[in-house]
Design a protein around this ligand. Structure first.
Ligand SMILES: [Zn+2]
Length: 359
């Protein structure tokens, strides 16, 4: 343990006067050395990210999530989740993004939306979900995070203490944003306004496709029951307002906007998804230092973060060695295979699938 702490401090290159606790805190937040910290905030604020860059960033973030949690190596499961997702994404405000739906191989209950249309949901979440309408509710919420560019906006708005402006290239800047976005996603760190916007837009999207709009609320209520003995928020929707308030607000919206779709499509869901939920106390978590190395993105590894003296957050080490407890969903052990499972979904298949959404 002591050795791990020392290594951590050397890696981030913090000044000698920092206490071990303080150093770990800074690693957890991915903070940068304030002394090197001029100009970066302005550069990030002014950065206009092209759609191609957004997609590239999303691909890099997705690669890290796949490396951390592994991918369920089942084409039928990916096909089913992709069909539900494509029905919804096709009616979103960005129907032409290359939407990709990925099932992560972990008992932890989580969902992550990476920029550019990479939507991830865990095997643990699928196990807790009981109907296609609930799945549609969760996917719609995540789709809204992408269409509204919440992740990119959040990192652009975040307080940045950085950096030696003259030496930063554009790809280094993007690499830096990828680091921050990945950390934010793992922590489910969105601002409340964005969460509310995703909730509201999400149930409209699901309802518009014919799904009973109460799906996401039913899932959230079950998730909160599962997590009732946890001291800290865990996993998906961790940053959200209290579940009860949130579900009440969704219920009010359903009534005031007369969202009257009724399809739950439970039978098709249980035919496609047969995972059994694992109690939160039984979810295996990663031990210190076992977070796998992150694959290289097209922007190059290290780059700006190294220049600034920032090491990527190793959540396993932070959770075990830091003051915070292990977060069972974020730190859930992942499966062994990060390989993507590619499935083709034709417009005709989406249209046929859509016809099966009936109450
Ligand atoms: Zn959210």
């Amino acid at each position: 343990m002591r050795q791990a702490l020392l290594v951590g401090m050397v890696v981030v290159g913090l000044a000698g006067d920092a206490s071990a606790q303080g150093a770990l805190g800074k690693v957890a937040q991915g903070a940068v050395n304030v002394n090197k910290a001029r100009g970066l905030a302005d550069q990030i604020k002014d950065l206009v990210i092209t759609e191609q860059e957004e997609t590239d960033m999303g691909a890099a973030i997705s690669a890290r999530l796949r490396e951390k949690y592994g991918v369920v190596q089942s084409a039928p499961v990916h096909k089913y989740v992709s069909l539900v997702g494509r029905v919804l994404a096709g009616s979103s405000t960005r129907p032409n993004l290359a939407w990709t739906f990925i099932v992560l191989d972990t008992d932890g209950v989580n969902a992550f939306a990476a920029p550019g249309g990479y939507i991830h949901i865990t095997r643990g979440a699928l196990a807790l979900i009981r109907t296609e309408a609930e799945l549609a509710g969760v996917l719609s919420h995540e789709i809204l995070h992408v269409t509204e560019k919440h992740t990119i906006n959040a990192i652009k708005k975040a307080k940045v203490q950085g950096a030696a402006a003259e030496t930063i290239t554009r790809s280094e800047l993007l690499e830096y944003l990828i680091d921050r976005a990945y950390e934010n996603l793992l922590e489910n760190r969105y601002d409340r306004g964005d969460e509310t916007a995703s909730d509201q837009g999400g149930i409209r999207l699901a309802n518009g496709a014919g799904y009973a709009p109460g799906g996401v609320g039913a899932f959230l209520t079950r998730l909160s029951e599962r997590n009732k003995d946890l001291k800290e928020p865990s996993g998906v929707f961790a940053s959200h307002p209290e579940t009860k308030t949130r579900v009440e607000r969704l219920t009010k919206q359903i009534s005031s906007e007369k969202l009257t779709a009724t399809a739950t499509v439970a039978a098709r869901y249980t035919a496609a998804i047969t995972y059994k939920p694992v109690p939160v106390t039984a979810v295996a978590t990663t031990a210190t230092g076992t977070t796998p190395a992150e694959p290289q993105s097209k922007f190059g590894l290290g780059g700006l973060s190294s220049k600034l003296g920032v090491e990527r957050t190793n959540t396993g080490a932070v959770a075990s060695a830091g003051s915070r407890g292990v977060n069972p969903d974020r730190d859930a052990k992942g499966g062994p295979n990060p390989r993507s499972v590619t499935v083709t979904v034709t417009p005709a298949e989406v249209a046929a699938f859509r016809k099966g959404i009936t109450g």
